[in-house]
Design a protein around this ligand. Structure first.
Ligand code: SF4
Ligand code: SF4
Length: 342
């Protein structure tokens, strides 16, 4: 049995989620990319390098995650990875849907990236492809196989909703078979396409799991995966009585960069022009006026302000109108170290 721990927010580490383009070959039902807010540009590699320089002074403690859209559609992703590696960033990850365009595996080496992180939303083609599109399950598994065979460390991201909760229970065996080193469970967010697609709302609560559904399933599956020796990370979502609420926008260093230059500190704000920073003339500068930072300062009984605003279906109230529990910051994670289970 391995022990789970809550990963506390820290200003000692920086996470840079760098969307190098928004274009994608897939059309997933729950995709959070919103071109109206995030742009449609493919950033020139010189711009990617210049924007990475904005974080260079803390490179050793900075984790860079290249994502999109599908980042391997970027013709110069390999050069961006090499640049980040040479700049000494603490870790480098590529998030991909598994199609691995532009011969990316042949143009980077396993010592340049800490993980290639594959998105899969079902343990079977039937479950996954209903969400991510026909053929995407087979292509993703093939991509994982090629990456592992070439010596890359592979992780896997599963975005859980009511549409694929049963599929999650079947993931442990698949993860072990594929040679996955880390497993990330994400909670579906009501933003981007899942906010716009009424047919995906799934009744009164929407596609998000209730607290009872979450607590009866996610920790148990995570433990089962960790017992196979695979480290698991999943969001806390629901705070327990007595636990302290903290907003990562105020107490942590996360930057979500989009090709139109917007930089958010909170992913739940990404459907709105509330970004707190922007790249202007290749310099990262604060935005004045109405930004996400105004929300971070609000102290409400429900916990996370943005959850209450954009996905209130997450919250239940007692007969007297007080919240039955508080919602944690979406960036607060539980982690179970699989290595201790080996
Ligand atoms: S979720 Fe990822 S793979 Fe799916 S459409 Fe969006 S960017 Fe593409
Ligand atoms: S999810 Fe909520 S608590 Fe976390 S950064 Fe955003 S507003 Fe703050």
């Amino acid at each position: 049995m391995t022990l789970k721990r809550t990963v506390a927010f820290s200003r000692d580490a920086v996470n840079v989620f760098f969307h190098v383009l928004t274009r994608c070959n897939l059309h997933c039902r729950h995709c959070y990319i919103n071109p109206d807010q995030h742009g449609t540009a493919t950033l020139p590699v010189e711009t990617i390098e210049t924007w990475l320089d904005a974080f260079a002074d803390r490179a050793p403690v900075t984790n860079v995650i290249f994502l999109g859209g599908e980042p391997t559609l970027h013709p110069d992703l390999a050069r961006a990875v090499a640049y980040a590696k040479n700049a000494g960033f603490g870790s480098i990850t590529i998030d991909t849907n598994g199609y691995l365009f532009n011969d990316i595996l042949g143009r980077i080496t396993p010592d340049q990236v800490d993980f290639i992180s594959f998105s899969l939303d079902g343990a079977t083609a039937a479950v996954n492809d209903a969400l991510r599109g026909p053929g995407s399950f087979d292509r993703c598994l093939a991509g994982i196989g090629r990456a592992v065979a070439r010596g890359f460390s592979a992780s896997l991201i599963y975005t859980v909703s009511r549409a694929n909760l049963d599929g999650l229970r079947r993931m442990p065996e698949l993860l072990a078979r594929l040679g996955i080193g880390r497993f990330f469970i994400q909670v579906i967010g009501i933003r981007g396409r899942s906010a716009a697609d009424g047919s995906f709302q799934g009744g009164d609560r929407g596609p998000q799991l209730s607290r009872a559904e979450w607590l009866s399933t996610i920790p148990a599956v995570a433990q089962e995966v960790a017992d196979l020796g695979i480290t698991v990370t999943y969001p806390k979502v629901f705070l327990e009585a007595g636990e302290t609420f903290a907003c990562a926008g105020k107490v942590a260093e996360n930057y979500f960069i989009f090709p139109n230059g917007r930089v958010y500190r909170c992913p739940l704000c990404e459907d709105h022009p509330f970004h707190s920073l922007v790249f202007e003339a290749d310099r990262l500068v604060p935005v004045a006026g109405m930004t996400e930072e105004r929300f971070f300062d609000l102290d409400i009984a429900e916990g996370c302000v943005m959850n209450k605003l954009i996905q209130p279906g997450n919250i239940d109230y007692g007969p007297d109108g007080t919240p039955a529990y508080r919602i944690a910051c979406c960036l607060l994670k539980e982690e179970i170290d699989g290595a201790r289970g080996m």
